[in-house]
Design a protein. Structure first.
Lengths: 285, 446
């Protein structure tokens, strides 16, 4: 557990030092994702921000806000997430920390999208592409994913496909990209291509989902969604295994509930469908 | 990924360092600056001599490992494309099967970005060396997807071509029956033909009616026979040189051949040069190389493992003395020799130079090389209690693994960095412990 390493390191450094601030920023992120301790994460983020402000260290403040905005989006606090991400973006001078900038913009993209502001979401998605070559591969795939969603949302299939191709070039098994591409191909009638992407997604799920099921929650939702188009439900078992995982993170729990609900509807299981009825439905793909 | 390059002790990107370094040494600084643009500071991380040419360079901004490697590759590609605008450039990459993983990745990147340029890349490899697990296999697969890529399978020379080759290279006109035999035996392999023609050119065809029995069965046999024609002293010196590598410097060979005076050694090298077993390296002063890698390999294969180990030990120690204060900058080369010499010298020097070579590889974004170097040194220390060196190696290994993309490697990275962290905490080394916990490459959940 990484948060334990960070905690031990924290006990070794002066309480209000820059090192403590840097450690707190990472510790907050880890403690939320490893133990679902949202309150502990917020407290640690706040302490890191306080140290950054005390020391006048805007880089640390921006990085902390960026990571905090991501945690807020994980708990579906879209307004808080948007606020923090916009603060981070305003503090980050151009090119100084492309990774933090990209994280913040991803959170801003998701918040805008979830709150129905698709133009706002598109602006941040496009801004992610500006520095896409300067961020790690995984994050690059996320930047393309945001832009695929944006193009898909406005019905520009050509752009969505081109961006999806670029994303899959850097993240061949990135679940969200595979899922979104599969759904796109099925929706526009390219069942053969859609099946190819779906099979690749299921293969990736079989390989990695037992270690890290979270990234596959939204992708498994796609399986349920595709079955609505094709009427074929033979992949429900694979999706069901993922969607029934015990997700601690509300964003993934929500995706799982939507997916399981959709599958129940298609099976005609009214009781199960009612049981999985989510309180609020986000915009997944 | 096999330890292709490490066997030879060259640092990561060695091929590119040599070829780009050689090219820029002949260029005017203004032209260089214009062709490199803002990428010059990134290229300077790769090419040690560049800051001397362009003294106003500043350090590039610190980036995460992968973007940093992207920036380096992009800068090299942009530079070569720009440089090819004023005059077409041909880059010949011989023996790609010996390249390190990072060099091959740079090749792939360059190949993808060279459309609409006056740049031609020509690479050669021995396909028998390239198994499915070999990193070049992946590179070739990637290159196949490029529209500009052409793979040309070189078959053997035809009988007519063998005849012309023999005449042009050694002035030997092979009679029909000899030509037929040589062609069948060699299957037209130019190196093999060359070796046989050299044997034949020394008179057997004309004077010995049983010459056909002298035509060797295989290429190593052919090389062995040519070496047999050299004096035993010359063979001894060549064997030592072969353990150094395909290339070697005269001063090192002098250190290793104390039985011979300088004059005697030069005479023995002349003997090998005359027999075209060796050739002088054009760019380097008093530097020689075996005319073909198989000659070097044949010489090495003829001595026992025990002798190889001792020779590597002597070479490592001699190199340390020769490099003096600059020894750390040659860490990759020294690591190679001290790894081979570990059975007689132990792990101390292997670990010392592995730490330096690994850090240099990390700084050059050659994580695959760094991973190999750190891992090998750790394996050598297996069974020993964890100490400062092991912790530093674990931290290095963890950072190399964290830069990789797959989940499993990142899990291992966490485990290795955690072990190093625990050691530093227990040892009271707070600075190092915090450095690990704050490390950007400490593999975060996301």
């Amino acid at each position: 557990m990484q948060h334990q390493v960070r905690a031990r390191a924290l006990s070794l450094v002066p309480k209000d030092s820059i090192s403590a601030g840097q450690l707190l920023c990472h510790y907050a992120f880890d403690i939320y994702h490893e133990t679902a301790d949202y309150t502990g994460a917020v407290e640690s983020f706040d302490r890191a921000i306080a140290i950054a402000r005390l020391e006048g260290n805007t880089a640390l403040e921006a990085q902390t806000l960026s990571m905090a905005s991501h945690v807020e989006s994980d708990v579906i606090h879209w307004e808080e997430s948007l606020e923090k991400s916009l603060q981070a973006i305003s503090l980050l001078t151009q090119g100084e920390n492309p990774e933090a900038d990209n994280w913040a913009r991803l959170s801003a993209f998701e918040s805008h999208r979830a709150m129905g502001d698709f133009d706002g979401a598109r602006r941040h998605a496009e801004a992610m592409l500006v520095s896409v070559e300067r961020v790690p591969r995984r994050q690059r795939a996320r930047a393309f994913y945001a832009n695929v969603i944006s193009a898909y949302r406005r019905g520009d299939w050509t752009a969505a496909r081109a961006l999806s191709d670029r994303g899959l070039e850097v993240g061949q098994t990135f679940p969200q990209l595979l899922g979104c591409r599969a759904q796109l191909e099925f929706e526009i009638g390219n069942f053969e291509q859609g099946s190819t992407y779906l099979e690749t997604l299921i293969q990736a799920m079989n390989q990695s989902a037992s270690v890290t099921p979270q990234p596959f929650a939204v992708a498994a939702l796609v399986i349920a969604s595709v079955a609505r188009i094709t009427g074929v439900t033979d992949r429900f078992e694979a999706a069901g295994i993922i969607l029934s995982s015990p997700f601690d993170i509300p964003r993934f729990t929500l995706a799982a509930r939507v997916g399981l609900g959709m599958m129940a509807v298609q099976r005609g299981d009214v009781d199960a469908a009612a049981c999985w009825q989510p309180a609020k439905v986000g915009h997944f793909c | 990924m096999g330890p292709v390059l490490r066997r030879r002790g060259a640092p990561p990107y060695w091929r590119w360092i040599q070829s780009i370094g050689s090219f820029i040494s002949e260029q005017d600084p203004d032209q260089l600056s214009s062709a490199m643009g803002p990428g010059a500071s990134h290229i300077a991380e790769l090419i040690p001599g560049l800051p001397e040419k362009l003294p106003d360079l500043t350090d590039p901004p610190a980036l995460e490992p992968e973007p940093a490697r992207f920036r380096l590759f992009d800068s090299v590609t942009t530079f070569l494309k720009n440089a090819s605008q004023s005059q077409p450039l041909i880059i010949v990459l011989d023996d790609l099967h010996w390249d390190d993983h990072a060099s091959l990745l740079l090749l792939e990147f360059l190949a993808r970005g060279m459309a609409a340029s006056n740049l031609l890349l020509v690479g050669t490899c021995r396909d028998v060396e390239v198994s499915r697990q070999h990193p070049l296999s992946q590179t070739l697969g990637s290159l196949m997807r490029e529209q500009l890529f052409r793979r040309i399978q070189l078959g053997g020379l035809t009988q007519q071509e063998v005849s012309e080759f023999a005449e042009l290279s050694a002035g030997v006109a092979l009679p029909d029956n000899a030509l037929d035999l040589v062609h069948r035996r060699t299957e037209g392999n130019p190196l093999f033909v060359n070796e046989i023609v050299r044997l034949l050119s020394q008179g057997e065809v004309a004077t010995d009616p049983g010459w056909t029995a002298m035509v060797p069965e295989g290429i190593r046999d052919a090389i062995g026979r040519r070496l047999n024609r050299l004096s035993s002293e010359c063979n001894r010196v060549l064997t030592t040189a072969a353990v150094v590598g395909r290339q070697f410097n005269l001063d090192l060979l002098e250190e290793l051949s104390s039985d011979f005076s300088e004059d005697q050694l030069l005479e023995l090298l002349d003997e090998a040069l005359k027999a075209r077993v060796l050739e002088e390296v054009r760019m380097g002063a008093e530097r020689f190389q075996f005319q073909h890698a198989l000659i070097q390999e044949t010489l090495v294969s003829e001595i026992s493992a025990a002798r190889q180990v001792r020779l590597h030990a002597r070479i490592g120690v001699a190199l340390e003395e020769l490099y003096g204060a600059e020894v750390e900058t040659h860490a990759a080369e020294l690591t190679h020799h001290f790894a081979e010499a570990e059975p007689v010298l132990g792990t101390e020097k292997l670990v010392r130079y592995s730490l330096a070579a690994g850090e240099q590889a990390l700084a050059a974004y050659a994580w695959e090389e760094a991973l190999f170097v750190f891992d090998r040194a750790l394996a050598a220390k297996e069974g020993q209690p964890v100490d400062d060196d092991s912790a530093a190696l674990l931290f290095g290994l963890g950072r190399s693994q964290a830069a990789m993309l797959d989940n499993q490697t990142r899990i291992e990275a966490y485990s290795n960095m955690k072990s190093a962290f625990d050691f530093y905490v227990d040892a009271g080394n707070v600075e190092q412990a915090v450095a690990i916990a704050c490390s950007n490459t400490f593999p975060a959940w996301h």
